[in-house]
Design a protein around this ligand. Structure first.
Ligand SMILES: Cc1cc2nc3c(=O)[nH]c(=O)nc-3n(C[C@H](O)[C@H](O)[C@H](O)COP(=O)(O)OP(=O)(O)OC[C@H]3O[C@@H](n4cnc5c(N)ncnc54)[C@H](O)[C@@H]3O)c2cc1C
Length: 482
């Protein structure tokens, strides 16, 4: 006989598992939920993040449906001035702790087991192990196992670098940088940021804002990246025009382009997509969001190494396979090479609902918490897996400019499918995690004059649809070829 009983066993107390649990609690007032996680506190990978990390998208659509994450006002200073707040590391962790201690636990319908690893199942009996005690216990899961670990988020402090580090090399993760003040009499002469993603950008901005001059920073950027311009991604209730312009721009550019690169170049000209170096055509697109101010700052770093990935670092030297580069002897190398979402997980895309298991994936790329909340809604309000899977097919995790039109096309299809279903349409209209749902519902209720923008948008969509699908299908073939 099992030690405990529950209706839903959720693996992972990260953004995904917690968003699913939050919506499930509201939509199914009778169920009992058990959440296990290896971390000591709720929040998943945010527990391991560097202290100066912040969301790169406004907090308005992050977290869980039942609780706002940040105040509803614009920032007044810094490179996010004039835009809506981006929750900081401490705010995100405090938010998830509050959710657990003020909503989940007092509901008496959630059992939370931190520092606990999920081990596997035999039939409906599942085994978990306390990481510090080493003790195993069993749970009888009456309804379903919910896997909230699909994204396998990887951050610098917990990943293992894939390059050699020679003895005597000064090496750090971004999380080590704020303690540099403790080495005030032994500071590095030079800094090399390793990696081309958002963590590397955050790190370079941090160094520049901390007073390190741009000529003391080198940057190993194997691939350059396009990024969304944050000013187009402001909360819909405040600035729906930006989001509509972003969507319209994407559909028009996709419909009139023969390749992803051509589409991004058009979006770059309109300022919808940003890049750091106007002379380099980026091949990477990881859905990062950035401000024009950050891009301007980052473009002051002129020492950029594009020989590929480093294979070895040593005092005064970096190797890139057969090539190498000399750097000042007293250089601090900063590892930003962890890929936040390892895109290799795309191979594992499969139906979300599969009998007594739910594998939480993306319904709308890249809206991670929204997709998990919608999955909980579908679990409760539709009777069979075939219906749920037809409504919520997983979106692809594309990572290049060539393959992104595939994700754009799938998002468009999914938007149509969800809008055509009365129940999911109503859910979107009240989900704070949905990028436009509640704002549009409010506009309709108030007969807002801005509704005319939406009418124009629908016409643009109709006109662009064939072209978006053509480019999307070509991108799908590239994505599937690997
Ligand atoms: C620096 C950074 C910034 C980001 N910024 C944004 C942003 O602004 N907006 C956005 O939408 N996304 C952002 N992301 C993407 C981010 O990955 C997702 O938003 C989200 O946090 C992922 O949550 P998750 O629950 O999938 O993963 P995680 O946070 O990794 O949670 C999964 C949890 O599962 C647990 N687990 C795994 N295996 C087991 C097991 N066997 N037993 C028990 N527990 C287990 C882990 O301990 C972990 O706590 C960012 C990512 C990074 C790295």
């Amino acid at each position: 006989m099992a030690d405990f009983e529950t209706d839903y066993l959720i693996i992972g107390a990260g953004a995904v598992g917690l968003s699913f649990a939050d919506t499930l609690l509201d939509e199914d007032p009778d169920c009992h939920i058990t959440i296990v996680d290896k971390h000591a506190k709720p929040g998943g990978h945010w527990n391991d993040a560097y202290p100066f990390v912040a969301l790169h998208q406004p907090s308005a659509t992050y977290g869980v449906n039942s609780m706002e994450l940040c105040p509803d006002r614009v920032d007044t200073h810094g490179h996010n001035a004039g835009m809506y707040p981006l929750a900081k590391h401490s705010e995100i962790l405090a938010y998830y702790s509050k959710l657990m201690s003020e909503r989940f636990i007092p509901s008496e319908r959630v059992s939370y087991h931190p520092l606990t690893e999920y081990r596997g199942a035999e039939g409906s009996e599942h085994t978990v192990r306390g990481i510090l005690s080493g003790e195993e216990s069993t749970l009888n899961v009456r309804r379903k196992l919910v896997d909230g670990t699909y994204f396998q988020t990887s951050v610098p402090s917990t990943h293992k670098p894939a390059f050699d580090i020679a003895e005597g090399t000064r090496f750090a993760t971004p999380g080590d940088l704020p303690s540099l003040w403790q080495q005030a009499d032994n500071l590095p002469d030079h800094y090399i940021v390793l990696g081309g993603g958002k963590t590397a950008m955050d790190t370079a901005v941090w160094l520049l804002e901390a007073g390190v001059s741009a000529d003391k920073i080198g940057w190993v950027r194997p691939r350059d990246s396009w990024m969304f311009n944050r000013k187009f991604l402001q909360p819909a209730h405040a600035r729906i025009e930006g989001l509509i312009a972003l969507q319209e721009g994407q559909f028009e550019a996709a419909a009139s382009s023969e390749s992803g690169d051509e589409m991004f170049a058009k979006l770059g000209k309109q300022g919808i997509m940003l890049r750091i170096d106007p002379d380099v055509t980026p091949s990477m697109f990881h859905y990062a969001v950035i401000s024009e101010g950050e891009v301007e700052m980052l473009s002051t770093i002129k020492s950029v190494y594009r020989q590929g990935r480093v294979t070895k670092i040593a005092p005064g030297r970096m190797e890139f396979g057969d090539a190498s580069a000399d750097v000042p002897e007293n250089t601090l190398f900063i590892d930003c090479t962890a890929t936040a979402v390892p895109f290799s997980v795309r191979d594992k895309v499969g139906p979300m609902f599969d009998g007594d298991r739910i594998k939480l994936q993306l319904v709308q790329v890249p809206f991670v918490p929204y997709s998990a909340a919608l999955a909980a809604f579908a679990e409760v309000h539709f009777d069979d897996d075939a219906t749920r899977n037809n409504l919520l097919p997983p979106g692809p995790l594309t990572d290049t400019t060539a393959t992104y039109p595939y994700a754009l096309m799938v998002n468009l299809m999914s938007t149509g499918t969800l809008a055509a279903n009365e129940k999911t349409d109503a859910f979107n209209a009240r989900s704070r995690l949905h990028p436009t749902g509640p704002a549009v519902a409010q506009m309709i209720a108030n007969n807002d004059p801005k509704l005319s923008i939406l009418q124009n948008f629908r016409e643009t969509l109709q006109n662009c649809l064939p072209g978006v699908v053509k480019l999307g299908m070509a991108a799908k073939a590239i994505h599937e070829a690997g």
